[in-house]
Design a protein. Structure first.
Length: 130
């Protein structure tokens, strides 16, 4: 009898804690900011606001929950550390240090292109000088 393979999903904090308690691997993509929001705010308002996240100590959090922890800080570490987390006998919290700064994100660009003109006085100022 084969087990059904679970698809990756986004989870609420409560769901993530339940997943950890049941022995699953939780992966956090941590860019320490709401980078997508920054990408939308900057052209619309010529600044960003409320987009920098508090730095969390994920290792301490994993320890407090009694689960294993690993951190992936580069592409070179990705495969080995993810494989190790998946093969670990028990729950694992994985933090992936992420930087979206130089990466184009197509859906953000599409939203920005469509709504920047509608959302901002900054656009009017930039295009009309007033």
């Amino acid at each position: 009898m084969s087990q059904k393979k679970e698809e990756p999903r986004f989870a609420t904090v409560d769901e993530a804690l339940d997943d950890l308690r049941s022995g699953r691997v939780i992966v956090i993509l941590d860019d320490q900011a709401y980078h997508y929001m920054q990408m939308l705010q900057k052209p619309a308002y010529l600044r960003t606001t409320a987009t920098i996240l508090t730095r969390l100590d994920y290792k301490a959090m994993a320890q407090a929950f009694g689960v294993a922890y690993t951190e992936i800080a580069s592409n070179a570490e990705l495969e080995a550390k993810l494989r190790g987390a998946v093969c670990h006998d028990g729950p694992v919290l994985v933090r992936v240090v992420t930087d979206y700064g130089k990466r184009k994100v197509r859906w953000v660009e599409a939203v920005r292109d469509r709504y920047t003109k509608e959302l901002t006085a900054a656009h009017h100022w930039v295009t009309h000088g007033k």
